[in-house]
Each structure stands twice: as C-alpha cells, then as structure tokens.
Ligand binder design. Structure first.
Ligand SMILES: NC(=O)c1ccc[n+]([C@@H]2O[C@H](COP(=O)([O-])OP(=O)(O)OC[C@H]3O[C@@H](n4cnc5c(N)ncnc54)[C@H](OP(=O)(O)O)[C@@H]3O)[C@@H](O)[C@H]2O)c1
Length: 349
C-alpha cells in the first residue's frame, strides 16, 4: 500500500469516528496481513477488543487486496456486536468455548487469535473464572493443533513490582496475588502445555490496560476528575496502550509465534503516574482535582521493550489520547461502564 496514513485527528467527535479510527490500518499492518492465510479465526471476539480487532484485520486485508475471511467467534451475549461485525464484512459464529463439542465444530483456520477471558466476578464465583480461563483455552488448543496462535494474557500474571524498576519483564516469575491472576497464569500454562504437545507456534501477549474512549483506565480517571471525585493514588502508577495500537500489535504478533510458545508484554512505553495524569485531565477539563492516599512504591507494571524492539512501539501519543478522552468525557460520549478497578491491590476482582 502506498496510501498515506493520516495524522491523528484533533478530537474524536462520536462513536462512528472512534470506530473508524480504531479500525484504520497502518501501512505496516496492510503489508503484514498479506502473509496471513484465510480464514483468520478470532475467538472471544464479542467483548471490548474483539470487534475493532476483527474489523481492523478485515480493513487491512481489503486495502491489501488480499482475500482474507475474518471469522469472529463468541457467544455474542451482545447481539449488537455481532451485527456491527457482520455489517463490516466479518463473518460471525456463535459458540460457547466451554462446550467442547461446539469448539470441535468451528471452522478450520491456519491462524487463530484468542481473546477469551474472565476477570470480573471472580470474587463471587471463582470457579467460573477458573473454568473460563483454563477449559476454554484447552478446548481451543485441542481444536487447532496445527494453527498459529496469538493468545491474549494479561500483565496481571506478574506480582506487583517496584515502580523504580520500570516494570516486570517476560522472564520474571509468574507469582501474582489472587485467584483471577493465578487463573490467568493457568491460561498461559494450558496454552504452553498444548503448544509443547502439538508443536504449533504460539505467542502469548501479556496486555496491560488497553484504552479507548468508552472504557479504560484513562476514562476511569478522567470521569472522576470531571465529577469532582477524589483520586486515590495508593495504586499510583500504571501502563496503558491505545486499543487501536494494541490490536495492530496483536495481529502482527502472529509473525512472532513460535514453538515452544513465547510470551511478550504488550503495553505503552512509559510508566504513568495517576497523579500526573489526573492533573493533566484537571487542566484539559478545567476542573479542580483532589487526591487521597500516598503512592505505594510497588504497582502492577510491565516493560514492553522486548515486543516494541521487534515490531516497533505504539504510534499513538499519550497526550493525543488524553485530549481525546477529556473531550469525550466533557461532551457526554457513551461509556461501557465497565471500570477497570486499576486501584485493586489485593488481587480480588
Ligand atoms: N481490555 C484490556 O484492557 C485488557 C487488559 C489486560 C488483558 N486483556 C486480555 O485481553 C483479552 C481481550 O480483552 P477484552 O477487553 O476484549 O476482554 P472481554 O471484554 O472480557 O472480551 C472477551 C470476550 O470473550 C467472550 N467469552 C467469554 N467466555 C466465553 C466463552 N465461554 N465462549 C465464547 N466466548 C467467550 C465474551 O464475549 P461473549 O459474551 O460474546 O461470549 C467476552 O466478552 C482478555 O482475555 C483479557 O484477558 C485485556
């Protein structure tokens, strides 16, 4: 493709502009997508990231003039997500990945992106969290023994680390606190186990906080500043990445899948301070901000140098996302109302 990727807009006015921007492929992705054979299956595509990820892949293939069928698989608890996908040329299949027979019937694919996970509600029903994060990966890995996998994991697989250290690295021990995080370690280990057994290439991506304008840690902070709620800085530091950038990297990570499976941290380049980000929102929103608590010297942080050293760092600048977010909050943009609970320090979600 020789088309010029436009500069980021000053503001994002509505959901149609937001979705357009989130699914607009950069030339790097358009070039890469030519190497992906059809179909591309995306499991767990009905959630916060899957729809825009699937459409990003589809648009990249269209721009590359590459005949790639993208098949989004989910239970589609949100039927609107299903229609949104179909309307944009993505095929959908409704399936519960906990049902082994249903998974066996899924279409063949040489490339699989795996997004299924369960975090919230673990405190009330830990058994469900363990089932979704272990049985579903086992069913998927068993169904696709020869396929190349990119499977999402989370930065929660690491324990809290010292803020001064710049974030956990891939070789660090996976000894986190709490049942969700340990079930997320199990999700990785199940993929690794099947990857070792079948010898198919896999990449595990430990994502820390995708953000867009309808949800995410930046929206959580901005909304508090806007409504005058005090900001607790006890969990004082975090990493995040613009969801459009994260989705691009997830797709391009197919290139990095290997046997035995390899894990990469996926997040933005910097350790961000809750206090500094809230102060910037206070400026952008023209509202005073108040803080409670004192920053702990540990936080859930990961270092993404390994992945960005191979495929480049996230192109969307932090200040751009802060401006978009402030404008969205100020102008009554729609929210998913799914708080990240980034403040949690006891591992209970
Ligand atoms: N978003 C983030 O900031 C973030 C941060 C760290 C890690 N991650 C990881 O990235 C992955 C994708 O993130 P996300 O935010 O899109 O997650 P999400 O909103 O939870 O989406 C995952 C989707 O998987 C589907 N699913 C769950 N159980 C299923 C089952 N039994 N069968 C079929 N589909 C099932 C659900 O959609 P249906 O109800 O339609 O089935 C769910 O919405 C997650 O696994 C998460 O661990 C995300």
């Amino acid at each position: 493709m020789n088309g010029v990727f436009p500069p980021a807009p000053e503001i994002v006015r509505d959901e149609s502009e937001l979705d357009d921007w989130l699914t607009r492929p950069r030339p790097e992705l358009v070039d890469f997508i030519r190497s992906v054979s059809s179909p591309l299956v995306i499991l767990g595509a009905g959630g916060k990231m899957g729809p825009t990820l699937a459409v990003l892949a589809k648009r990249a293939a269209q721009l590359a003039d590459h005949p790639l069928a993208v098949i989004a698989v989910s239970r589609f608890s949100d039927q609107a997500a299903r229609q949104w996908l179909e309307h944009r040329g993505v095929a959908t299949v409704s399936a519960d990945l906990l049902a082994r027979e249903a998974v066996q019937k899924l279409p063949d694919a040489a490339n699989v992106i795996y997004l299924v996970g369960l975090k919230f509600g673990t405190r009330e029903n830990p058994a469900r969290t363990w089932a979704v994060n272990t049985l579903a990966p086992a069913h998927a890995a068993e169904r696709y023994p020869q396929s190349r996998f990119v499977a999402l994991s989370t930065g929660n697989v690491y324990p809290f680390v010292s803020v001064a250290g710049g974030g956990a690295r891939e070789k660090d021990a996976l000894t986190p606190l709490g049942e969700y995080a340990n079930a997320a370690v199990a999700r990785e280990r199940i993929f690794e186990y099947f990857g070792q057994m079948h010898g198919n290439p896999m990449a595990l991506l430990r994502l820390n906080y995708a953000v867009e304008l309808r949800y995410g840690v930046l929206v959580d902070i901005a909304r508090k500043v806007f409504t005058g709620e005090a900001i607790d800085v006890t969990s004082g530091y975090f990493n995040c990445i613009w969801q459009g950038d994260a989705n691009e990297m997830i797709l391009r990570a197919l290139l990095l899948a290997s046997s035995p499976p390899v894990a990469f941290n996926l997040t933005g380049p910097s350790v961000l301070s809750v206090r500094t980000i809230a102060a910037r929102f206070s400026e952008l929103l023209d509202r005073p901000v108040t803080f409670v608590g004192t920053e702990s010297d540990t936080a859930l942080l990961s270092n993404s140098e390994c992945l960005s050293g191979i495929i480049g760092s996230a192109p969307t600048s932090l200040d751009t996302v802060l401006r978009w977010t402030a404008n969205w909050v100020q102008n009554g943009g729609r929210f998913l109302n799914r708080p990240t609970h980034f403040e949690v320090r006891d591992g209970k979600y």
